[in-house]
Design a protein around this ligand. Structure first.
Ligand code: G16
Length: 545
């Protein structure tokens, strides 16, 4: 088999962000752009040679073209066995599981997560390591450094292969296997959760679900797990056929983009009693009850408080972790349970060492992410099954479970305000302006709230002692309110400022306020501190979640 050496020149913009390299499809279609980045990965991930590679994506536009290129380059780099999802599909959690199950050297996931798809949309590449988790920063930094020195890349001279039929064939010294994307993952879920109990409740008619796959990768997984293995009613999974442009929608599971789901759950007593949606690549999730939204930070806290009731977690939790901007609802639970609660930078990769070292069992993020030690990625369908299992044990609705939790631990009113499409230098100046105030803010009082502490979050990994700095400005108030500012690491255009607002309320008589009303003080303090009006000329955020 002939291996071509193709000349190229480096691209200066191949630095991975919070979760892999994300760019417009058109950027990835630039001649040599994709190949250069892949060559940088193969140069750094030397264990791939002679090893197993898991390969798949969320089915967005350019997925199959990219897979053909990766296959040619992987063959050229001596990968011994490549497992590819049928039709090029694999969810991010499924890739994480397959890496671990088959002791693969790594996995390549093609996805820009919740970002829109189609020819004008976004595309992305993530590399997951042998533990099944997103590559650590030192790896992605190394890949970026390599990408700046690429002068040639290697490509095996082979024809495109069919991804449509399961089976295996040899390409030179490489065994290529087209696998069922769903079965291994569905089997894992069946080992963790009490499928018999959930199935019985679906059968009784007391439990019903609407799962919105948002025309993205989770459709086939949800059909198999909810409808086929758990016998949920036909039609329980909507928008279940993966499409290259996600049906023209935005595969971001929140109240704004999962509109059809929200409408179905708001139909009164005939509505399903549990609603959920997942994102492009199946790692994020949103959970709702009838006319009732549970924010992802509360989800993590509720899971932590109740995990011991589920057979899969009956031994209890070794500890929990949340990212910095995630609300501190879970901290209250951890304190009561007497377990450690770690605060990490944004990005699932920071949970990897804690999970591998068995310091934590559950972890989650405000950005609609939740997961456990069963894999090394956040996992949307796992989270929905956790809730279904909990509902079958408690015989309570989503709303009742959440309200009982607030009554016991207090409520953390929480919201994220996003200011999108900012000029990058203006956004950096805004963050610098906040950084300059860190030293003097402590002790200052705003609208009756006194600042107890303020810093630019820095994290020292307790396992490998690596230090990650400048992860967000954290302003803590004496009354347990909090504001966090940080810039998004997943966008593809300009900068997005994220402002995370939180207020703690112990009194259950005050647990029914509108979230934005409850946070009104924090919202205006944040606007004042960041000088949003003068610096960015923005009156209101673009997105409120
Ligand atoms: C990615 C990471 C998440 C992280 C999120 C934050 O999510 O995997 O761990 O919380 O980005 O995004 P940002 O930097 O924009 O706030 P995903 O689902 O996009 O891969």
């Amino acid at each position: 088999m002939n291996i071509q050496q193709i000349s190229s020149v480096p691209f200066s913009d191949q630095k991975p962000g919070t979760s892999g390299l994300r760019k417009k499809v058109k950027v990835f279609q630039t001649a040599h752009y994709l190949e250069n980045f892949l060559q940088a990965i193969f140069n750094v991930a030397t264990d791939l040679k002679g090893g197993i590679l898991i390969l798949g994506g969320d089915g967005r536009y350019y997925n199959t073209e990219a897979i053909q290129t990766i296959l040619k380059m992987a063959v050229a780099h001596g990968i011994s066995h490549i497992k590819v999802g049928q039709n090029g599909l694999l969810s991010t959690p499924a890739v994480s599981h397959l890496i671990r199950k088959y002791s693969a050297a790594g996995g390549i996931i093609l996805s820009a997560s919740h970002n829109p798809g189609g020819p004008e949309g976004d595309f992305g590449i993530k590399f997951n390591s042998a533990n099944g988790g997103p590559a650590e920063t030192k790896f992605t930094d190394h890949v970026y450094a390599e990408s700046q020195h690429i002068t040639t890349y290697q490509l095996a001279e082979i024809d495109n292969v069919s991804l449509q039929t399961q089976g295996q064939f040899q390409l030179g010294d490489t065994l290529v296997e087209i696998i069922d994307p769903v079965s291994d993952y569905a089997d894992l879920m069946e080992q963790i959760f009490d499928f018999a109990k959930i199935k019985a409740l679906f059968k009784s008619g007391l439990l019903s679900i609407c799962f919105d796959a948002m025309h993205a990768v989770t459709g086939p997984y949800a059909n198999e797990i909810f409808q086929r293995r758990l016998n949920a009613a036909v039609g329980s999974v909507i928008n279940s056929i993966p499409q290259e442009d996600f049906g023209g929608g935005h595969p971001d599971p929140n109240l704004i983009y999962a509109k059809e789901l929200v409408e179905r759950l708001n139909q009164g007593k005939d509505a399903p009693n549990l609603g959920a949606a997942s994102d492009g690549d199946g790692d994020r999730y949103m959970l709702i009850g009838r006319n009732f939204f549970v924010n992802p930070s509360d989800c993590l806290a509720i899971m932590t408080a109740n995990a011991h009731l589920l057979s899969g977690y009956q031994l209890g939790l070794s500890g929990v972790a949340r990212s910095l901007p995630t609300s501190r609802a879970v901290d209250k639970v951890a304190e009561t349970l007497g377990i450690e609660c770690y605060e990490t930078p944004t990005g699932w990769k920071y949970f990897g060492n804690l999970l591998d070292d068995r310091r934590i069992t559950l972890c989650g993020e405000e950005s609609f992410g939740g997961g456990s030690d069963h894999i090394r990625e956040k996992d949307g369908i796992w989270a929905v099954l956790f809730w279904l299992n909990l509902v079958t044990i408690k015989h309570q609705s989503v709303e009742e479970i959440t309200r009982a939790h607030w009554a016991r631990f207090g409520r953390h009113y929480y919201s994220r305000h996003d200011y999108e499409g900012l000029d990058s230098s203006v956004a950096e100046q805004l963050m610098d302006g906040l950084r300059k105030r860190i030293e003097t803010l402590k002790g200052e009082t705003f609208a009756g709230h006194t600042v107890s502490d303020c810093d630019d979050f820095s994290y020292t990994d307790p396992v490998d002692h690596s230090v990650t700095e400048h992860q967000g400005i954290r302003i803590l108030f004496q009354d347990e309110s909090r504001i966090v500012f940080r810039l998004s690491g997943t966008g593809t255009e300009g900068a997005t400022l994220r402002v995370y607002l939180e207020r703690y309320e112990a009194d259950s008589a005050l647990h029914d306020l509108d979230t934005q009303v409850a946070l009104a003080d924090m919202i205006s303090i944040a606007r004042e501190l960041a000088e949003l009006k003068t610096r960015c000329d923005r009156e209101q955020p673009d997105i409120i979640t």
